[in-house]
Write a protein that binds this ligand. Structure first.
Ligand code: CP
Length: 318
């Protein structure tokens, strides 16, 4: 399977992986690969988005995604504004749509949104003229996370095709798993998922993955193991008896990692619950690429902004 990159990203918005073709994903990854070089320069800035304005509308907590969008915007010379829900009129009861319409009245070019409710970016994309980028909507999608995960795998392995990727953890509440299964299966990887039965969403296999009940079966012979955080804030109650029991049956430990390929990559989107879904000896071990994922997130977000703004060709020329 040889995927030809699309010539351009002819879209106003990036609301999910689902609408993207394999060629569009390839174009974003190729462009992100070129963007990485800017971070190695003494002056980490190109004029590609000079004169463009980006509003970062984060209505749910974030460290990695929010800061890497801000870094990406600054590296492309965009003017970037960050929205704090607590210090805004949202705290007085203003709706998401009214908030977005008022921000759009100031004529930004992009609105990057994270929201607790699935579908919030899609709703804004329909009513706004600005480009809308989904930075995570409820338990639905987190497209730029899947893109940065794919870039990280590709940088180590040269390709996504044929890679066996095991994704283990709280599948029920994870937007990362949905975007990753869609992207990786579309690009020819073989995706396995594993979780306790109470954390497996009905019909997840239809996205393009094998479902396993034991972590050991999912990670046996894998090229990549991606661990997911237990999202206690999205669970009405814990979907497992105790944290200790979860660790005993589903955590990635040094012993379990030996079941995967010798050079298996260890990934986690963060934030990690150390000692719950991942042992610190693995998280900080030689196979971990967790902080590389964060670095690659900046390049992916630069690529997405650049391509949605109509960019093509050589993005790194100044
Ligand atoms: N991976 C991720 O989305 O992390 P943040 O919630 O810190 O943005």
């Amino acid at each position: 399977m040889s995927v030809q990159p699309a010539a351009r990203l002819r879209r106003k918005d990036l609301v999910g992986i689902d609408p993207l073709s394999a060629g569009e994903i390839q174009l974003i990854l190729d462009t992100a690969d070129q963007m990485r070089e800017i971070a190695a320069r003494p002056i980490k800035k190109v004029p590609a988005l000079r004169g463009k304005t980006v509003v970062n509308l984060f209505m749910e907590a974030s460290t990695r995604t929010r800061f890497s969008f801000e870094v990406a915007e600054k590296r492309l010379s965009a003017d970037s504004l960050s929205f704090s829900a607590a210090a805004s009129s949202v705290s007085k009861g203003e709706t998401l749509v009214d908030t977005a319409l008022n921000l759009e009245a100031m004529q930004p070019d992009f609105i990057v949104i994270r929201h607790v409710h699935a579908g919030a970016p899609h709703q804004l994309a329909r009513i706004l003229k600005s480009s809308v980028i989904n930075a995570g909507d409820g338990a639905h999608e987190h497209p730029t996370q899947a893109l940065l995960d794919a870039l990280t795998i590709r940088l180590h392995r040269g390709t996504l095709e044929g890679q066996v990727v095991a994704i283990v953890g709280d599948l029920q509440h994870s937007r990362v798993v949905r975007s990753n299964v869609l992207l990786l299966s579309r690009m020819g990887a073989k995706v396995r998922v594993a979780a306790p039965a109470s954390m497996v969403p009905v019909g997840i296999e239809a996205l393009g993955c094998e479902v396993h009940r034991r972590i050991e079966d999912a990670i046996a012979g894998a090229d990549v193991v991606m661990m997911l955080r237990i999202q206690l804030e999205r669970q009405g109650r814990m979907n497992f008896p105790t944290v200790r029991e979860y660790y005993d049956f589903f955590a990635l430990t040094p012993e379990r990692l030996k079941l995967a390929k010798r050079d298996c990559l260890v990934m986690h989107p963060g934030p990690m619950n150390r000692g719950v879904e991942i042992d610190s000896r693995v998280a900080d071990g030689p196979q971990s690429v967790i902080l590389e994922q964060v670095t690659n997130g900046v390049a992916v977000r630069m690529a997405v902004l650049y391509l949605l703004a109509g960019g093509h060709g050589e993005p790194t020329a100044d």
